[in-house]
Ligand binder design. Structure first.
Ligand code: CA
Length: 218
């Protein structure tokens, strides 16, 4: 999962980024609101965490720009304000959920997974594929009682393929799921993780679509 964090508070922003990255969520962090709508429109972002009190634009206006650009990307609003009007206004402007500071990172993470799940049209927290069960909250992949011992980054790639099962996924989208802006991408990283997935799940688990990317057959 790749999220865009928009938060001008240095301490809070780095705590959120660090905490989510420990759970294998890729976080790109902006401290201002003006670039949010164009980035959400052009990059493959699964969810936005948006602070309402930004130095350049009001968070509610940022949200309106995102929705005016016809983006359906789920948004969680962060507010330090006790004012109920802020929450009502942001929900009316297209926010999917909100959190009042201070909050527990585990709750933010659970709410992120919930809004991303809903945006993908799923009601259950587990995703079934063949006789496997994937739990995004772990993240963990099981087959019956057995946990599949896939490395964490291979699980991120698997989840991205699983969310588009039956459709090809480009290498760029897989790289975006794995790495934020400030991380370098090793040129053969995706191939390494695909190899690990095939080693554990069988060589037919991931199809190479030449010139396009990879696909998890349904
Ligand atoms: Ca702020």
């Amino acid at each position: 999962m790749r999220v865009l964090l928009v938060e001008d508070d240095q301490d809070l922003g780095s705590a959120i980024k660090r905490g989510l990255e420990q759970r294998q969520i890729t976080v790109d962090w902006l401290q201002r609101g003006r670039d949010v709508a164009p980035i959400v429109k052009t990059e493959s972002i699964d969810a936005v965490i948006l602070d309402l009190g930004l130095p350049d634009l009001d968070g509610v206006d940022v949200l309106k720009q995102v929705r005016a650009a016809k983006s359906q990307t789920p948004v969680i609003v962060l507010t330090a304000r006790a004012d109920i009007d802020d929450r009502v206004n942001s929900l009316d402007a297209g926010a999917d959920d909100y959190m009042v500071k201070p909050f527990d990172l585990r709750e933010l993470e659970a709410r992120l997974r919930s809004i991303v799940r809903r945006s993908l049209g799923r009601a259950e927290s587990f995703i079934a594929w063949r006789d496997y069960q994937f739990d995004p909250a772990g993240p963990q992949l099981r087959q019956g009682d057995q946990t599949i011992d896939l490395p964490a980054k291979a699980l991120v790639v698997f989840e991205a393929l699983l969310n588009s099962a039956g459709r090809p996924v480009s290498k760029t989208i897989l790289e975006n799921a794995l790495y934020g802006w400030d991380e370098g991408v090793a040129s053969n990283a995706i191939e390494v993780y695909i190899h690990q997935i095939r080693k554990h799940l069988g060589s037919d688990a991931v199809k190479t679509i030449r010139g396009v990317g990879y696909m998890l057959p349904r």
